[in-house]
Design a protein around this ligand. Structure first.
Ligand code: GDP
Ligand code: MN
Length: 398
């Protein structure tokens, strides 16, 4: 589960990680109100207005703006709130901004220049342990750094039996070229951040940039936090941070029916039981000359209700020109699935696209018979090859 920057910073603060302070607002008036509050709390005279969406690269897209007085806060918030923010992570349609984080300005002048770093914690699956990645090239796209100067990314793997050791945090601070107070602050920053990562069952923390201020404080200017969905039951307070406005509406609806649905860009909707079979079915669609419009795993216990819900969700995608249903009757019997498909078809009424159904496994023949005798615009197939051929025929007519 992704969360917003302001929520991520709340978590970090709880663990003693220093952050760029800020308060969230959803109208320009409220933005000015919280800016005044922030001025009292931190003394800041300038403010940063930051769009809260689940995507990075906001600055480049016009979603992060510096405001030098309260009227400026109102104006910049007015520009950002409600905008359709396009970044390299949102896709061309962008994401609508519902909230802004009004933050203190931390790039103030002082004894030294402010300096940006990169810090991330994630699971390294090949090594089977967490890794802390750090770089002096903060504020930049880390993929760029990885591609052009990989030597500027340092990695520290954490042994799960003993956790992060003091010498490792010091090694990172040293590699980032820090000394004195900034060095000590970075050691504390890394240690607290790692504790937050472990305690929240996170799967990714990315702090870009981590800032060394002109007076040698180390703080998180940005925070991207990804929490492990499978551990959310242990963290009801974190689960509440979910913002469904940020999620694909069809995926949210599928979740209500316990369907694993991921929307894709193609034209062939598909409904399959089992994730592996679903992947193979998507390959089949491609081999037949189509492009999958989605991934949809209805799970082991497919019945008329789940099939109907799946149908309805697939049909809400305007790109869908045909549907392929591929069910293997292992636990579930094919005749029951076939009955479910026919019932769902009748319940939905006029389905405007052709459907190919491939049933295999227990009672496959009976299932095909039910489909063929239903009198509906459904083509049945028993073998995968038949399904592909049927799909090719159907695609010719599309
Ligand atoms: P992102 O573009 O989505 O990664 O958003 P960030 O939170 O990383 O902010 C983008 C950029 O805005 C940072 O890299 C900074 O250069 C700039 N920025 C953020 N906070 C401040 C601030 O307090 N003062 C100034 N002057 N610039 C800031
Ligand atoms: Mn950033």
């Amino acid at each position: 589960m992704n969360i917003h920057e302001y929520q991520a910073k709340d978590i970090l603060k709880r663990y003693g990680v220093r952050i760029q302070e800020g308060i969230v607002a959803d109208t320009p008036d409220k933005a000015v109100e919280v800016a005044r509050e922030l001025n009292i709390k931190t003394g800041t005279k300038w403010f940063v207005v930051k769009a809260q969406i689940h995507a990075g690269g906001r600055g480049k897209g016009g979603g992060v703006k510096l405001a030098k007085n309260y009227e400026d806060v109102r104006e910049k918030s007015g520009q950002i709130l409600g905008m359709q923010l396009v970044t390299h992570q949102t896709g061309p349609e962008g994401k609508k901004v519902h909230k802004v984080l009004i933050s203190e300005d931390v790039y103030y002048p002082g004894a030294s220049e402010p300096k940006e770093f990169y810090l991330a914690i994630l699971m390294d699956r090949t090594k089977g342990c967490n890794v802390i990645m750090a770089s002096t090239e903060g504020g930049m796209d880390i993929e760029e750094v990885a591609a052009h100067s990989p030597e500027k990314i340092i990695k520290e793997w954490i042994d799960p039996r003993v956790g992060l050791q003091g010498f490792q945090a010091r090694k990172i601070a040293f590699a980032l070229g820090l000394e004195g107070d900034a060095f000590k602050e970075m050691v504390k920053f890394v240690s607290s951040l790692y504790k937050a990562y472990i305690d929240t069952d996170a799967s990714q923390f990315e702090i870009n940039p981590v800032l060394k201020t002109s007076d040698n404080k180390i703080l998180a200017v940005d925070a991207k936090v990804n929490l492990d969905d499978n551990a959310l039951f242990r963290h009801p307070d974190l689960a509440e941070m979910r913002d469904i406005l940020e999620e694909d509406p069809l995926e949210v609806e599928a979740g209500h029916f316990n369907l694993n649905y991921v929307k894709l860009d193609g034209n062939i909707g598909c409904m399959v039981n089992g994730a592996g079979l679903a992947m193979a079915t998507m390959d089949l669609i491609k081999l037949s000359g189509g492009e999958p419009a989605n991934f949809l795993d209805v799970g082991g216990g497919a019945n008329a209700k789940t099939v109907e819900a799946g149908f309805r969700i697939i049909l809400k995608d305007p790109n869908v020109k045909a549907i392929l249903i591929n069910i293997f009757g292992g636990i579930v019997r094919c005749d029951r699935v076939a009955t479910g498909i026919v019932e769902a078809y009748k319940a939905i009424g006029n389905i405007p696209v052709p459907i190919v159904v491939r049933l295999q496994g227990t009672n496959a023949e009976e299932g095909a018979k039910i489909i063929d005798e239903s009198g509906l615009q459904v083509h049945s197939a028993v073998q995968l090859k038949d399904a592909a051929d049927r799909l090719k025929d159907v695609l010719k007519g599309v």
